[in-house]
Design a binder for this molecule. Structure first.
Ligand code: ZN
Length: 155
């Protein structure tokens, strides 16, 4: 009799433990996937803010010097602590290229650094088009990017 009871409790105990474990796992999954998404989103915002900021400093440099720098390092002094921001997701420097015989430029976040937020090799900032972010399908971000672009065009 006692043995049966023990078996019964053991079974109940196991079921209860597996339910609790499942709840903990679901909680952890939601918590961390949400957190991860939030952090990745923040990095994406910082990244397109960075390329826009660097782009505006390049436009400023051209106004003062009549041409764009050959290397991004030449505009170091325009940044706080002389540090040109890089992509917070990849920790890589932005790819800077001169186009049209030095009359235009483009700054690119090279690679799949913001998967789920935009396409590969975006955000970009070019002297002709300003901020470009292709492949963003998240409405709040699309609105914010459009807002940044419209602000940029007012300059
Ligand atoms: Zn980036």
């Amino acid at each position: 009799m006692l043995k049966i009871n023990f078996q019964y409790h053991k079974k109940l105990y196991l079921i209860l433990m597996s339910i609790i474990l499942f709840i903990i796992l679901v909680y952890l999954y939601l918590h961390f996937s949400g957190k991860h998404f939030q952090i990745a989103g923040e990095k994406f915002i910082v990244c397109y803010g960075n390329v826009t900021y660097i782009g505006s400093q390049l436009l400023y440099y051209k106004e003062k010097n009549g041409c764009y720098p050959k290397d991004l390092k030449e505009i170091k002094s325009l940044f706080r602590k002389e540090i040109i921001p890089n992509c917070p997701s990849s920790n890589q420097d932005y790819f800077y290229e001169l186009r049209n015989n030095g009359r235009a430029f483009c700054i690119t976040c090279k690679g799949w650094n913001h998967a789920g937020f935009c396409d590969e090799n975006y955000p970009q900032y070019s002297s002709d088009k300003g901020l470009i972010v292709l492949g963003c399908k998240i409405p709040d971000f699309v609105r914010h990017i459009q807002h940044m672009q419209s602000k940029d065009n007012l300059k």
